[in-house]
Design a protein around this ligand. Structure first.
Ligand code: OKP
Ligand code: ZN
Length: 343
């Protein structure tokens, strides 16, 4: 299986994040991509290729023009306001506050276009996010042109980013951008299976009223885990999208045995839907030693996950999402991909 990756994705290098009431060392760091790349090479998964530049068009098919303009101009405006360290939002237009008119001040705009205070923006964040999206698009295009499966080594991740907001370490929704690109280039139906430990709220919201992109997500119960405000079982889509979103929230402590039942269920939905392409939002944070997560996967369970997905027999695009146990991340990720290839 070919891997797609660009060194430009390493340029987003956050120092800190706000979590547990503290400014802590960031966990979504460049080393994550570096160890996965090294493991892809040492285990000889296949060729590693640079992404192509798809330009702004595929991004604007998913994200709003004002959000993209905000991200594009952010660092210049932030430094013009006299700031030099990485940026965190701290005020949001929650219930009773107005979304319109949009604020002029950069601190107001940060709140307008974000969902949490855990996702810093630095000088090269958007450049890295665009490189990550190009990696996803290239992975999709290669499958569209006949590869059986590809691995987009995306980083920063994408599944929490919505049409007009960043958050959860995500800025551009790589999976959504690829799904939309496939739809715009001949596919009738695309399915996204999100196996990251956290619910893919951004992806779900982007396709919630559509039947042409099926969204299935297995994750920790949002009642007790980030992102807290989406990902419940009763969210199944709206209007034309009714029945084309499915969620499997699971309790903290879930191991492979319990997870596999939910996965089998999700696979049945995939077989009924018969997508032209499957996009896997591949988080590796169900791992027992993940520093921010609460599931109990062992490294070998990731091989089983890959094997189970291979049984579907679908053209498949793997796009990396989360996973923060850096030392084991390469092993766990390549386990999925090798499990898939060896069947
Ligand atoms: C991104 B992805 C833990 C704070 C966690 C945000 C988690 C974002 C996960 N104390 N904050 O889905 O892996
Ligand atoms: Zn995650």
């Amino acid at each position: 299986m070919k891997t797609i990756f660009s060194q430009n994705q390493l340029k987003h290098a956050p120092e800190h994040e706000i979590s547990d009431g503290q400014l802590k060392p960031a966990v979504e760091i460049p080393e994550r991509a570096e160890i996965v790349l090294r493991t892809v090479q040492s285990r000889e998964l296949g060729e590693v290729v640079e992404p192509k530049d798809f330009g702004e068009r595929p991004l604007s098919r998913v994200h709003s023009p004002d959000y993209l303009a905000f991200m594009e101009s952010f660092w210049e405006r932030w430094t013009a306001a006299g700031r030099s360290s990485e940026a965190f939002p701290f005020v949001w237009p929650i219930r009773s506050l107005r979304e319109d008119p949009a604020p002029d001040h950069i601190d107001g705009l940060l709140g307008r276009y974000s969902m949490d205070a855990g996702t810093p923006i630095g000088p090269h964040t958007f450049e890295a996010a665009k490189a990550s999206a190009n990696t996803a698009l290239t992975a999709a295009e290669m499958v569209q042109q006949g590869e059986k499966a590809t691995f987009g080594l995306c980083r920063p991740p994408g599944h929490h980013a919505g049409r007009d907001f960043f958050g959860g370490y995500c800025f551009l929704n790589n999976a959504a951008i690829s799904a939309q690109w496939l739809r715009d280039h001949g596919a009738d139906r695309v399915a996204i299976l999100d196996v990251d430990y956290h619910h893919g709220n951004g992806t779900q919201s982007i396709f919630y009223d559509r039947s042409d992109v099926l969204f299935l997500s297995l994750h920790a119960d949002p009642k007790v885990e980030y992102p807290y405000f989406l990902g419940h079982e009763d969210e199944t889509g709206e209007n034309a999208g009714k029945g084309f979103t499915r969620n499997w929230p699971m309790p903290l402590g879930t191991n492979w045995r319990a997870y596999e039942e939910a996965l089998d269920d999700a696979c049945r939905w995939l077989l009924v839907y018969k997508p032209d392409y499957l996009i896997v939002s591949l988080g590796l944070d169900c791992f027992e030693k993940d520093p921010i997560s609460g599931f109990k996967f062992e490294s070998d369970d990731f091989i089983k996950l890959g094997r189970r997905l291979a049984l579907l027999g679908l053209p498949t695009i793997f796009l990396m999402e989360g996973g923060y146990a850096v030392d084991a991340l390469g092993t766990n990720c390549v386990n999925v991909l090798e499990g898939f290839e060896r069947g």
